[in-house]
Design a protein around this ligand. Structure first.
Ligand SMILES: Nc1nc2c(ncn2[C@@H]2O[C@H](COP(=O)(O)OP(=O)(O)OP(=O)(O)O)[C@@H](O)[C@H]2O)c(=O)[nH]1
Ligand SMILES: [Mg+2]
Length: 438
């Protein structure tokens, strides 16, 4: 079966050469940031970095991604370093990947998406998690099946023209058919699992329990916080994508109210779209939460760019309109002045899941928000409505304030008395997530 051809990077002997492109960009990431993250991904996948090659270019070569001279350099380095694979930090099209495999015959050529899929496959534990990962991997593999059979096709070429256009084509067609069939089966099965999860969620919603979800960049400390707050005992470790499954625990707040707190899969810059699609049902926990705690590794050199990447994913899953509280974690690793500066931002709490610092404040903030009886709302007020911004500040409970080109974006808990004054700016309801296609 085709998916057996798709190997997992788990072998300690795997040695990787990394390839990164230095291009003009505006998203706050530099080539060094990208390569540092790619190193962590390779390390998490269990391989060793044997070398790095970079190239300055604004537009990748449509055939081979990097230039042909650069490809020769990669080939030489891979040979000298005894590499078993070459990992591109960007996504390769199926034909670029096939062409590169032709130029680098002695190694496996993989891209960032494939590496992340491999890590997900290594870390999947639950039945649902495994189904979701298998679906994402097969969707990725389907357009690449020709490349994978390349070596067999080459052998068949020895059999003459007839063999090439006869048996060869039908083998590929049958692989594609089997893969498509498995994809449909997986979607059906996931739809079934998703229904059970939706029923659970609906019953929690009906019970009126306030639902809080932990979201954030991978390795930010979400699971550590869930454990610190609820003794959940979930896996927390210094690895990317340690958590794939959603775990929900009850949490008693200082005012005696019980809420639920859900930990879920972490996000990353350039999170593969296929994974977001496949993890739809897990991510519904985020989309439907009453409050998102956006957990940030405040000690990370790339903190702001990571926060921006999380916003992009929240947008992609249709959760960007959910009320949010920013939780700057790992403050034990920050200089004291920096902690103070961060905690003065509206709507932010500074904590350490490791030492417990700031957790009481966090619990109190959650209690205040949950106790308002109404969930916080996110409104964007045009700059000529400074009067409403003042009303929100005086009578509401501001969780965050952001100045965007179109106006002031506030996440605020409004009392019933003043809510009406904001009605024309209140968000429209998010559409229901689309049904699985089968
Ligand atoms: N120093 C320090 N380390 C922390 C803190 N919180 C978490 N960590 C460490 O950061 C690493 C990642 O923590 P996790 O809780 O697994 O992070 P996560 O956000 O759940 O990550 P994924 O599940 O991989 O997305 C672990 O090694 C934790 O021990 C903190 O407040 N201070
Ligand atoms: Mg985790």
């Amino acid at each position: 079966m085709a998916r057996d051809l798709y190997e997992v990077v788990g072998d300690a002997e795997e040695r990787a050469v990394l390839v990164g492109i230095d291009r003009a960009r505006s998203d706050g990431w530099t080539l060094d940031d990208d390569l540092a993250e790619l190193r962590r991904l390779v390390d998490t996948a269990g391989a060793v970095v044997a070398g790095v090659v970079t190239q300055r270019m604004d537009r990748p070569n449509p055939r081979t991604f990097i230039g042909s001279g650069k490809a020769e350099e990669v080939e030489r380095l891979a040979r000298e370093a005894g590499a078993t694979m070459v990992v591109f930090d960007d996504d390769l099209s199926p034909s670029q990947q096939a062409n590169l495999e032709g130029l680098l015959p002695q190694v496996r050529v993989i891209d960032r998406t494939q590496l992340i899929l491999d890590i997900f496959a290594l870390h999947a534990v639950s039945h649902e998690g495994k189904l979701q990962v298998e679906l994402a991997r097969l969707e990725y593999v389907l357009p690449r099946l020709r490349g994978m059979w390349g070596h067999l096709e080459a052998e068949r070429l020895g059999g003459g023209r007839g063999a090439r256009f006869g048996a060869g084509e039908s083998q590929l067609e049958s692989d594609r058919r089997l893969t498509r069939k498995r994809i449909s089966e997986l979607k059906r099965e996931l739809k079934h699992v998703a229904r059970a999860r939706a029923t659970q969620r609906a019953s929690r919603a009906r019970s009126g329990v306030f639902r809080i979800a932990l979201v954030g960049y991978t390795n930010a400390g979400k699971s550590t916080l869930l454990n610190a707050l609820t003794d959940a005992g979930v896996l927390a470790q210094d690895q990317l994508f340690a958590t794939l499954d959603a775990t929900t625990r009850r949490l008693d707040l200082p005012d005696g109210r019980t809420v639920t707190l859900t930990d879920t899969v972490g996000f990353i810059n350039k999170l593969p779209h296929g994974l977001v699609e496949a993890f739809k049902s897990t991510l519904d926990e985020v989309r439907e939460a009453d409050l998102l705690l956006h957990v940030v590794d405040a000690s990370h050199a790339n903190r702001d760019a990571q926060m921006a990447a999380v916003k992009v994913v929240l947008q992609e899953i249709g959760a960007s309109g959910r009320p949010q509280l920013v939780v700057y974690n790992k403050c034990d690793l920050l200089p004291a002045g920096e902690c103070e500066r961060l905690s003065s931002a509206p709507g932010a709490v500074v904590v350490s899941g490791a030492t417990g610092m700031g957790l009481e404040t966090l619990l109190e903030r959650m209690a205040t928000i949950a106790a308002q009886g109404d969930v916080p709302l996110t409104v964007t007020l045009p700059y000529d409505r400074g009067d409403l911004v003042r009303v929100a500040h005086e009578h509401g409970h501001i969780l965050s304030e952001e100045h965007l080109p179109e106006g002031t974006r506030l996440t605020v808990v409004l009392t019933d008395e003043i809510r009406g004054r904001f009605s024309e700016y209140l968000p429209v309801h998010e559409p229901e997530p689309e049904d699985w296609e089968t």
